[in-house]
Design a protein around this ligand. Structure first.
Ligand code: GAR
Length: 219
């Protein structure tokens, strides 16, 4: 079987992008990152790409006459490089139809809350303001809604009484860095099957790893 080629879309810091690079470089994940695309020329993710010799493109929406053209261009660049999985890593836009149609059930996103709770921006702040005692993160396939696609993996994270948005975000982020590469690995091994809203994963039990008090290193 040929190696999975990943296309990453990121708008900012890119720590999730880094977690995928690290898993690949340490050979825990058999895949290669074919391309990083960003909509933000000053995204720190581009520095990470340079450091690791990964090709990157800056594609800015304002250079396209419509939202559809912008997303069609992204799809075209990914297809050109034979990408088999698109990974949204802090890509702060709702994905347009031309890109979704080009990668059906082959595009993942990570969200910093336990979906369907707290979709959209600032999932961590929404969780704090609501007063939940447990939050977490979710890897899901991307559909046309906002954070509504079929759920692949989730990890639960405690919310402490004295948490700030920053402290909770940091705790959740450490889990993101764990479950995102894991979901990609399951995909690369052909273990994921989507049946409507239901994602079936061969030989998988979430209880091994996903009620987490994470202690893994910062990225
Ligand atoms: C992450 O916390 C990710 O879950 C979130 O943005 C951050 C990006 O961090 N994404 C969303 O909120 C998408 N709705 P990173 O750039 O360091 O990976």
């Amino acid at each position: 079987m040929s190696i999975l080629r990943i296309g990453v879309l990121a708008s900012g810091r890119g720590s999730n992008f880094q977690s995928i690079i690290d898993e690949i470089e340490s050979k825990r994940l058999e895949a290669e990152i074919a391309l990083l695309i960003t909509d933000n020329p000053s995204a720190f993710a581009t520095e990470r790409a340079k450091k690791h010799g990964i090709e990157y493109l800056v594609i800015r929406p304002k250079e396209y006459s419509s939202r559809d053209d912008f997303f069609a261009k992204i799809a075209e660049e990914l297809k050109k490089r034979d990408v088999g999985l698109v990974v949204l890593a802090g890509f702060m836009r709702i994905v347009g139809k031309p890109l979704i149609d080009a990668f059906p059930n082959r595009m993942m996103n990570i969200h910093p809350a336990l979906l369907p709770a707290f979709p959209g921006l600032h999932g961590q702040r929404q969780a704090l303001e609501y007063g939940v005692k447990i939050s977490g993160c979710t890897v899901h396939f991307v559909d046309e809604g906002m954070d509504t696609g079929p759920i692949i993996i989730q990890a639960a994270v405690p919310v402490f009484q004295d948490d700030t948005e920053e402290s909770l975000s940091e705790r959740i982020l450490r889990c993101e860095h764990k479950i995102y590469p894991e979901a990609i690995k399951l995909f690369s091994e052909g273990k994921i099957k989507v049946e409507g809203r239901m994602v079936r994963i061969k030989g998988y039990t979430p209880f091994d790893t996903h009620i987490v008090n994470p202690t893994i290193k910062e990225r």
